[in-house]
Design a protein. Sequence first.
Length: 403
Amino acid sequence: MKPTREILAAGALVLAVLSRCPRAVAQTNEARAAFQAGVQAYAGQHYAEALESFRTAYRIRPHPSVLVNLANCYVALNRPQDAISTFERFLNDPTVTPSPQQRTEIATALAEARRHLATINVLVFPPGAEVYLDGDLVGTSPLRRPLQTGPGPHVIEARQAGGGTIQHQARVEGGGTVTLTLDIARNRSYVGSVAPESQPPVPLATPVVPTPPVVAVVPVPVVTPATNVNVNRPVVRVEPARPVRPTAPPSPPVARQAVTPLVSAPSVAVRPPSNAGRSTVRGIGPAFWSGVGITVAAAATSIAFVVYSNSLEDDYYRIVSMFQAETDASRRNYYQALGLSYADAFDQNRMIAYITGGIAGAAAAFSIGAAIYGATGHSTPRSASLQVFPSLRGNGLTLSGTF
């Protein structure tokens, strides 16, 4: 920052030059009054007021020497980008020949202002989009050089010819470097600091997206109880053994007495066991184990694709760093296309991981349901009965029952 006496000296020089123009006496007096007001405000450390006064003086009588005072105000207001551009306008003016001492002072002020600049590396996918900084067009992607601006919040926006747009607000610190990646196609932005590569980057092979393993789904058999099945009840016939007749001497033939059939005996019902009316637990069946197998297979597949997609995301950020560090246009295009392919591969693998994770969750829910059904479901056994009938031969009994 220049001291007050040097500003006053520069103001005296400006006023001396302005006073030599007789045709603009009124303008000279107005510019002189605005300039003196600026000098007084600067001496009182009212830098914003001094800036407006110097702007008024320069607008009325645009003399290059006023640019030095404007630049000093920008430095005091912590606006390094405006200070640098104003100092450079003064040095590049062909009508001005600064003294060696003035050049040294301006060079020192420029170095101090550049030290407070913030650098923003902007990377836009796809290329060809217009890039805006705080509403001002700064170029078309890929940008030839990083953006340099003052510290504080800034809005960086990328607009594509087809209508796609994305913007990001970032706060930058003086002397810091920030890399901002704007992906218009996916409406995403990434912020991170990128260090320059120590060695030239090595081209990476095109990523290969592995084919997801096919998980065989084992159908769970559904057992429907039969309702129209005729079961033949087993008939058990119990006949007494025939007695052995002793050998007798032959006797004269006599008339054989007819055997009268036995009177029908009443049916005897056998009571079923005491637990015949109770139900028994079904137990865990094949449906539960099938669900467990599908859950384990789908969960393992989902975890594998999550791990692989995370590695693809890390490679994507590394490619972005290589793209930013590369200066050759052809290699930048190569890294740009490679980064987009890695982003697509990351999205595909992450989607497969979500799908297989959903299958694992559904199979787990099915297994839990099968376990609960097997633990709480019951089946009622059939009751047993027994009936006694006379034998058709007339010499025994017939037993009939169900078990």
